[in-house]
Every structure is written in structure tokens, then in C-alpha cells.
Write a protein that binds this ligand. Structure first.
Ligand code: IDC
Length: 398
């Protein structure tokens, strides 16, 4: 009798081990979407829940109703799709990439942003100005030029929250317009194989708790919509300021991130830092508990010099992943003279550390940080004569 019990026990154990092995092999594998869907349908891998690729679906029927010249870009990135096993980054908690829209999903590895093979992906791009104020630059032709001629692989969609016609201060119609612009921007980026940041651009509201409930509603909606987009990055609070502490920001992040994670468990989330996203050193030993969070450092080179670079160095020395999700080379007002000397110190540091950098701003507003001269009315097809000195600098630092 004892022997029978023993044999039964051994049998059960070995079944268990086989099942576990199967699960862990699956977790380590980069599988094409179809394969994952099949597995899911058969109920074998309940942990992987990204099944459809809404970006691809959208591409298919967008051609006939847009003026910007949609095309077959869907195939452009298909070469990037991986079928081989994912990598040696087993030190990271989660190693299973989400299903892709054809664009490599990203994750945080140490202080860097990488793909799921552990290759560093340096993000380089441009930020819109306020979407309500300069919506025209969200068009596919412009994005195509930013990608092909300017070397951009990312676009930041800056949506002010508190300013005139911000998301939280305008009417319902304005809100819908902003969401439509984001949708267009995400779709163009997806079709072009670019990453895209959806930026909750707090500024005059100072403390992200000011519009926290709006933020949670917004990110719940937006993350449900884009959960299958491997190229979407959420920036949950542009620049906390006005005495907002890291504790305030962190507690806000701890409420908003779970809202996003409920839909989108893997996407990179950018968390702003105090003093207009300068205090990345405050994050040391006090990180948000999420493996795919990066922290924002913003600088304006004519104002922010060594002392902010020191903060950045402290953060990096302590293993904090940092992204420069907004910067320019003039002063902090977005205007004033360019400081080329400080600009080159900053870009050197950025490059040495493979950090992402996204430059402010896509507009023809009469300010130094604007990429386009104020007399330029174009929103695509830019020539050198259309570009400001700021934009020209950006083109030289590739
Ligand atoms: C600036 C714009 C300017 C606008 C102002 C207020 O360039 O045209 O009038 O905002 O809305 C930031 C902010 C960013 C600022 C930029 C320059 O994130 O919104 O844009 N800046 O002041 N942080 C530091 C500088």
C-alpha cells in the first residue's frame, strides 16, 4: 500500500515538474502574435493577455479616409519581429515581451531602456507643443520626415492639463479633440514604426494630485485603448513643481500606475520628478515599485548646467533609469539665447549613457525652443529655411 502511495506521489510530482518546465519555456520565448493567440485560445498560457494588435488593424483601413497619405508602412518593421528565444536578462523580474504591433517592445534594464534581447534602444525624438494650441504638426507626412530625415524614433504628444484648453480645463468637445489628436498621433507613429509618448503635461497645476482623478480616468481609458501597442509610452506627470515633493509624486504614481498596469502590464511609464523634473536624485533609494518605470529629467541648457548634471550623475550612479523626455538648449522660459557650450556638455552625457532625449517643441511660435521659424506656415515638408537654430542644432547631434 505504501509503495502504491509512493509511486502515485512520484507520478504526480513528475507531472508537476513537466508542467512547470513548459510554462517557464513559454515565458522565456518570444513568440509571434499568432502563436501566442493560439496558445491562449487553447488556454495554456493564461498569463499572456495581449492578443490583438489594434495598431495593425487600424493601418489596414486607414488609407481611404485620410489626406496625409497613408501607406503600406505596416510591413516596414516586420523585420524587427522576433521569433527566436528572448535573452539572458534573467536578472529582470519580467522577461516575457508583450505581443508587438510590429515594433519592438521596450523594457528597463538597469539604468537603460532596451529591447527584450537586451539591446539598448536609444530614443531620439521631438515633442509637440501643447496639442490644443499647435495640433497641425500631428500629421503623418511630418512624422515621416522626422523619422527618415531627422533620425527620430519617437514622438512625444504633449497634452497640457491645466492651461487654456488643457485636458482638465477645457470643455468636453476640447477633451474629445485632444483624444482624437492622440489617437491620430499614436496611429501615425505605429504605422511608421516609431515610439510615442502620451504626456500628461502638468505645469501650472504644480502638484499631480491636483487633477489626480482626471488623470486616473484618462489613463484608464487610454491604456485600455493602447494596451496592444508595443510602442506606446505613458508619461504620467510632466513637471511637478511649486514645492511638490518626491513623496507627493511617488504617492500619485502609486495610484496611477496600477490603473495603467491593469490594462497594460509591460509598457514603459515615465514618472516626472520634483522641481520641473530636475530632482532625479530624490528617487535614489526611493523608487516606485515597478520594473518598467523610468524617471524624467528635463533641462534647458542655458539655465540648467553642472548642478543638474550632478543630480543626473547621482541618479545614474545609484542605478536609477532616467529619460530626458523634454529639453531645449535655450533658457527655461523656452526662449532666450542658445547656450551651445552647455548644450554639447548635455548631449555628450546623454550619449555616454545611452539615454533617451526628446526635444521641445514642434511649433512656429516666436520662441527660441520652437523648431520652425515664425513665418513658416507649413506643417510638413520642411526645408532648412523653415528650421530655427534650435532645430538645426538637433539635426547636427545625431
Ligand atoms: C512653454 C512653451 C511656451 C508656453 C509655456 C506655458 O514653450 O510657449 O507659453 O510653456 O504654457 C517646461 C514645460 C513646457 C514649457 C517649457 C518652456 O514642460 O511646457 O513650454 N518648459 O518654458 N519646462 C521647462 C521649460
Amino acid at each position: 500500500m505504501k509503495k502504491i502511495k509512493y509511486t502515485a506521489c512520484i507520478l504526480m510530482l513528475s507531472l508537476l515538474v513537466t508542467a512547470c518546465n513548459k510554462r517557464s519555456v513559454m515565458n522565456d520565448m518570444w513568440m509571434p502574435k499568432e502563436a501566442v493567440s493560439q496558445i491562449e485560445e487553447s488556454g495554456e498560457n493564461k498569463t499572456q493577455n495581449k492578443t490583438e494588435s489594434s495598431g495593425e488593424n487600424k493601418t489596414e483601413n486607414s488609407g481611404e479616409n485620410k489626406t496625409e497619405g497613408f501607406s503600406e508602412n505596416k510591413t516596414e518593421n516586420s523585420g524587427e519581429n522576433k521569433t527566436e528565444d528572448s535573452n539572458e536578462n534573467t536578472s529582470q523580474e519580467q522577461t516575457q515581451p508583450p505581443v508587438q504591433t510590429g515594433i519592438k517592445p521596450l523594457k528597463v534594464t538597469g539604468t537603460k531602456i532596451t529591447d527584450y534581447d537586451g539591446n539598448v534602444v536609444q530614443l531620439r525624438g521631438v515633442s509637440t507643443h501643447g496639442l490644443s494650441w499647435f495640433p497641425g504638426y500631428v500629421n503623418k507626412e511630418a512624422f515621416t520626415q522626422f523619422k527618415n530625415e531627422w533620425g527620430c524614433n519617437i514622438i512625444r504628444l504633449a497634452m497640457y492639463t491645466a492651461e487654456y484648453n488643457g485636458y482638465c480645463t477645457g470643455d468636453e468637445n476640447n477633451k474629445q479633440n485632444l483624444k482624437n489628436l492622440i489617437d491620430n498621433g499614436v496611429n501615425y507613429a505605429t504605422e511608421l514604426g516609431m515610439y510615442v509618448i502620451i504626456d500628461w503635461h502638468i505645469l501650472n497645476d504644480c502638484n499631480p494630485h491636483t487633477y489626480k482623478e482626471e488623470s486616473k480616468r484618462f489613463f484608464a481609458e487610454i491604456s485600455a485603448k493602447y494596451k496592444d501597442h508595443t510602442n506606446v509610452i505613458y508619461e504620467i506627470c510632466n513637471e511637478p513643481n511649486g514645492g511638490t515633493s518626491w513623496w507627493d509624486v511617488k504617492s500619485y504614481a502609486e495610484e496611477v500606475i496600477p490603473v495603467i498596469r491593469a490594462n497594460d502590464p509591460d509598457a514603459i511609464i515615465i514618472v516626472g520628478t520634483p522641481t520641473w523634473s530636475q530632482d532625479v536624485d530624490h528617487v535614489v533609494n526611493n523608487r516606485v515599485n515597478d520594473p518598467n518605470v523610468v524617471y524624467a529629467l528635463h533641462f534647458y541648457a542655458a539655465t540648467h548646467t553642472d548642478w543638474i548634471r550632478n543630480k543626473l550623475q547621482t541618479a545614474l550612479n545609484n542605478g536609477i533609469p532616467v529619460i530626458v523626455s523634454e529639453f531645449s538648449i535655450c533658457d527655461a522660459s523656452g526662449n532666450g539665447a542658445i547656450n551651445y557650450n552647455e548644450a554639447s556638455k548635455w548631449i555628450d552625457m546623454i550619449k555616454q549613457n545611452d539615454m533617451g532625449y526628446i526635444m521641445w517643441n514642434l511649433s512656429n511660435k516666436g520662441e527660441t525652443s520652437a523648431f520652425f521659424n515664425s513665418w513658416c506656415q507649413k506643417t510638413s515638408g520642411f526645408t532648412m529655411e523653415d528650421l530655427s537654430e534650435t532645430a538645426k542644432w538637433f539635426l547636427t547631434v545625431r
